[in-house]
Design a protein around this ligand. Structure first.
Ligand code: IMP
Ligand code: MG
Length: 184
């Protein structure tokens, strides 16, 4: 039986997203910024975040897929052993050369996705490159990579809601919840 327990409420999310927007405003004052959201998980975070900045901002989406489904139980997760496990499913629509890029991720977990995307986007030769991750699970990291802006640092639990899914479900939950009791 799947069980949901609220970990971060919609009010906490809204307050933190506003703070992140303020930091981005301050750090990017006077500069145009291209926000690049990672589909699908970051779509909701991106749409809230860009409305908190008063910058010359545009946005793009990029899509990636991991080989094999993620399961909420650690013992059911795939063992990643190379950098070939992340695949691009949708590229950005235009070159990011010379732009100030902020990559927007739902969650930074092992770091494999972000490492892959950072390498890809740095290939565009942006003027600057930063990362905003709504959630960070540092205890799960396999590759040394960090975000410049982190909404919340969370323990090693599988979370859904506010864009995050389990098998495509729960993305529309307004709060971020821990999902327990799923047979992966
Ligand atoms: P990484 O490549 O291991 O850092 O994984 C990042 C991606 O894994 C995220 O963008 C999510 O799609 C997925 N993911 C990792 N942890 C969770 C979670 O707790 N809930 C939902 N998706 C997760
Ligand atoms: Mg994702």
């Amino acid at each position: 039986m799947e069980q949901l327990r609220v970990l971060i409420t919609r009010d906490q999310i809204a307050a933190r997203v506003t703070e992140l927007g303020r930091e981005i405003n301050r750090d990017s004052a006077g500069e145009p910024v291209v926000f690049v959201g990672v589909l699908k998980g970051a779509a909701i975070f991106l749409s809230d975040l860009i409305r908190t900045v008063q910058l010359n901002a545009t946005f793009e989406f990029i899509g990636v897929s991991s080989y094999g489904a993620r399961a909420p139980r650690p013992e059911n997760r795939l063992v990643w052993d190379s950098s070939g496990e992340v695949r691009l499913t949708k590229d950005v629509d235009q070159s990011l050369r010379g732009t100030n890029v902020i990559l927007v991720e739902d969650i930074l977990d092992t770091g494999l996705t972000l490492t892959f995307l950072k390498r890809l986007l740095l290939g565009h030769q942006p003027k600057s490159f930063r990362v905003a991750a709504l959630l960070d699970k540092p205890s799960r990291r396999k590759l040394a990579i960090e975000a410049d802006y982190v909404g919340f640092t969370i323990p090693d639990e599988f979370v859904v809601g506010y864009g995050l899914d389990y098998a495509e479900k729960y993305r529309n939950l307004p709060d971020i919840c821990v999902l327990a009791g799923v047979e992966g």
